[in-house]
Design a protein. Sequence first.
Lengths: 66, 425
Amino acid sequence: MRVVVDYSRCDSHAVCMGLAPDVFEVGDEDDLLHLLQEHPPEAAREKVREAVRRCPKLALSVHDDE
Amino acid sequence: VTEVATQPIDEALADKDSATLVMEILFKAPDSVKSPYSRYRALRNTAPRCRIEFPQGVAWVLTGYHDCRHALIDPNLGHAEHRPRLGDDRGVDRPRTMMFMDGPPHIRQRGLVSRAFTPKRVERLRPKIAEHVKELLDRVVEKVGPGGGEIELVDSFAFQLPVAVIGELVGVPAADWPLLRRLTRAASEALELFAGPEVLKRSDAALNEMEEYFRALIAERKARPRDDLISALVQVEQDGESLSVEEIVSVTVLLFGAGFQTATDAIGNGTIALWSHPDQLAKLRADRSLMPSAVEELLRFENPPHLLGRAVQNDTAWRDGTPLAAGENLLILLGAANHDPTVFANPEVLDLARFAGENPPEPPLSFAWGPHHCLGVQLARAELQLAFSGLLDRFREIEVVDDPLKWRASNFRGLHSLNVHLVPA
């Protein structure tokens, strides 16, 4: 699984960070979303999918690894 | 595939066909204004995607959560030229607010201001908001006296709090808030369905006046910058390109108007809902950690924007394959989506703990969804949490005096006024 963030959509709501803090982090300094793991491990994938569904701005997507 | 859970239908509505229900909802039959939910339920049970041919064109009236959500995110659906009508009277060269833009122009305008409303920025505003709540409620307590008394809560609190917060943030002097409130109300009339030519004219006149006002204010801030959003926008250089005055006008008109109008309604609606459910109120008094969930639930239960419009721009289809033709319109009933029993168990029950805990239901569509999801969502949440906390802290009893309640006949569910009897704590 590969996670992609569309920064033109992201409003830094941090819904994703609440669900999967090992994968998503909104920076203390810059207030921007940082992807901590572009390829999240199996254990985190369900929460990542939930983050995709719950992001109100549709800024996240997941893709199959090539 | 839309799953339809059958709920009991009010007997009085059982014989009505879907077209009649739609007309009564859209044309604001008096008892539908009082409470639209039984009609939403009846319509969702019989025709969750109700396709109606109006003289002006085809409209799909949506009452299911998943259809409404889909309508808000499908890139083939947008605002088109003919809907909504705000600004139609004014010629194509005039700016329109980003609420009615699609694609890159929308993303650009929104990007200019969205950083001012992130959770972190709003968190820093909390002490200031709490201070406003305290000052406003000090005045209310003074007016009703220590033994309690009657007061009109919309003008004395529900309007004053959000307008003070957004007014300071944007940089609009307090003396001008009442004027801008009147103009915003008039300008928003164009957002009602079937707004006639007279209404549109009045609305455009109000919008022009607001634009004039903000143009003057921008010139003032250009000359003497302050610590506010207008001054920041005047100075901003986005991608090396300065903003035009007209762009700043368009952004500030929307921010200021949207910044208080719906929040005013949400405070009024939430107050009624809370104080008409004594068991839930007691639960919240006993456990204030429920407040974030309580605010989500109050917004689900009685959210202010009840209807959003979209138009099909390219031929497309629903997720089950049913075609949607270019030129057709979608009427998205957010209030109905928030009461869809397939997503929210016992939707007519106010359950302040609904969004607490490990597995909350899908998010309600109170702030819409997708590209146009409310920019001020964090600010609204903070204001509402602090407003209800303030009311709980300062008053032992709140009793609604109005019977019937003075609901506006509008796509924005809210009250003209709310007379309450308050007993200070």
